[in-house]
Design a binder for this molecule. Structure first.
Ligand code: UN1
Length: 503
């Protein structure tokens, strides 16, 4: 239990939409209100949400801005992103605090997310100077074959509430550097941070219409951000349910779609592992960000030989986690993002119990003193989970870890792969052969050896296989390529050779 934030409560922000370079009210009468999940009595921001007509106006604005943005040299587009990154770095502390108030993650995690987003902006800013294609020899004499990367046009970017800064900037930055115009629809739980993102790009000198913000409920805007005929691509991160819908609608129109969806990521701790290292990694992976990340460690597979010892260490460590308001620097785990996510966490805990898994710790909502005003749940571990249980198979998006044991490495690998999802995974071992076999055969888009399942770096692709993702990877070159068309040019210059041969 912790005391509520000691700082004076900041004023409620009255937010607006950003369409065609102007801050305007949304047209719906329904008010969107964001509250602090550590104390839901505190309102962070309010606004009038957008409807379908507003979203179409945002597409109009993006379409109108496209010709001149496309014509701007890519290095110049990149410099605007670089400027935005510099502004974000100056405002890092302030924005991290806003993130903690609006989303609930603890301040150190919010600062980490700020830094990661800034790294991604810096990476993509540089891509403005590296948007090259390739040249290849032709079968024909005096022919030049080369490729060009060109923008798509108007693209939609739809983002979740769990990384309200990093995910939007890692999609918006490559889209803009590549020369596209963007309609950005963030989750309605985190509007205040989304507005700050747009203000940063505005302050960096982005021309009106190039980036538009439509805030509001997905239900009020309908499917328009995928089905509007002028939208050429959609980049989505969020739930499997919505992701599949986006993919189906986009596929029916024949447009590019990338969907980064759920995870149920396993960590294997093998008998020879450095157990202290594994402990740190499992703690971070399972309970960091209150388990609200698609890369969270939600399944733990223990070598039978060390299982009891490791669980003892884990339980001792979990007991030390102080749950509370993320502004308090002594707190190790913040709240669930809202009542609805908290309810999901508690429902899965009840399901785990009814399926016969053994509750080792946690399992309750925390409601003592100040905590009763927030959406707090205990870090929870179940042992004896079997692959048939829902606790093993379904994404919870909360601080709930399902544990099982394996007798052989083959069994551990099979357990890791026995899952609909395939985003990321981890193995803790000192045995190079096992590490290599796991890296080769794990069914996941990302593999960590001796590090937690979470995280990614700007320079390398991020994304999953199976139920975790469809479409191109994000971050790195792949993240930029998604937002481009590739054009192959066949240039025959034999005519020029003939004319010069008269001399
Ligand atoms: C991370 O683990 O640092 O929604 C990033 C998510 C992922 C991002 C995770 N798209 O949790």
């Amino acid at each position: 239990m912790t005391a509520a934030a000691t700082e004076p409560t900041p004023e409620v922000s009255l937010l607006k939409q950003y369409i065609a370079g102007k801050w305007v009210d949304g047209s719906t009468t329904r008010e969107i209100v964001s509250t602090n999940p550590a104390d839901t009595r505190q309102v962070v921001a309010k606004l009038k949400g957008c409807d379908q007509a507003d979203a179409v106006r945002a597409v109009d604005a993006a379409e109108a801005a496209f010709a001149s943005w496309r014509a701007a040299p890519a290095p110049a587009r990149g410099r605007i992103i670089a400027k935005a990154a510099a502004i974000a770095r100056e405002r890092k502390e302030e924005l991290a605090r806003l993130m903690t108030r609006e989303q609930g993650k603890i301040l150190s995690e919010a600062l980490g997310e700020m830094e990661k987003g800034i790294n991604l902006m810096e990476w993509f800013a540089g891509e403005g100077m590296r948007m090259g294609g390739m040249t290849q020899p032709s079968e024909l004499p005096r022919n030049l074959l080369y490729t060009l990367r060109q923008p798509l046009g108007v693209v939609s970017i739809i983002t979740p509430w769990n990384f309200p800064w990093a995910i939007p900037v890692w999609k918006i930055s490559p889209a803009l550097v590549a020369g596209n115009c963007v309609v950005f629809k963030p989750a309605s739980l985190v509007p205040a941070l989304a507005v700050e993102i747009v203000k940063i790009f505005e302050a960096a000198g982005l021309p009106p219409g190039v980036l538009n913000l439509v805030l509001g409920a997905g239900s009020a805007m309908g499917d328009i951000l995928v089905s509007e005929p002028r939208i050429k691509a959609v980049s989505f991160t969020g739930s499997n349910e919505i992701g599949k819908r986006v993919h189906t609608l986009g596929g029916a129109r024949g447009i590019k779609v990338t969907c980064e969806m759920g995870g149920k990521n396993p960590a294997v701790v093998w008998g020879d592992a450095d157990l202290a290292l594994a402990l740190g990694g499992v703690m971070k992976g399972a309970f960091g960000s209150t388990g609200q990340r698609c890369t969270a460690t939600s399944r733990l597979i223990l070598d039978e030989r060390i299982a009891d010892e490791f669980l003892k260490m884990l339980l001792a460590e979990v007991k030390k986690i102080k749950v509370g308001d993320g502004m308090d620097q002594t707190v190790g785990m913040g709240p669930a993002v809202d009542e609805s996510q908290l309810k999901t966490d508690l429902e899965y805990i009840a399901i785990g119990k009814s399926e016969g898994a053994k509750l080792l710790c946690g399992g309750r909502r925390l409601e003592d003193a100040d905590l009763r005003h927030g959406c707090f749940v205990e870090p929870t571990i179940f042992d004896g989970v079997t692959p048939r249980m829902r606790l093993w198979r379904e994404e919870i998006f909360g601080p709930v870890l399902a544990v099982t044991r394996a007798k052989t490495f083959e069994e551990a690998l099979a357990l890791a792969n026995d899952c609909e999802f395939g985003l990321t995974c981890a193995i803790y071992t000192q045995d190079l052969t096992l590490a290599m076999r796991f890296s080769q055969d794990a069914e996941a888009g990302m593999v960590h050896v001796n590090s937690p399942t979470i995280g990614g770096e700007a320079q390398v692709p991020f994304g999953g296989i199976k139920g975790s993702g469809v479409g191109e990877r994000e971050m790195s070159k792949e993240g930029l390529h998604f937002f481009t068309e590739l054009k192959t040019v066949f240039l025959d210059y034999t005519g020029a050779a003939r004319s010069s041969s008269i001399y």
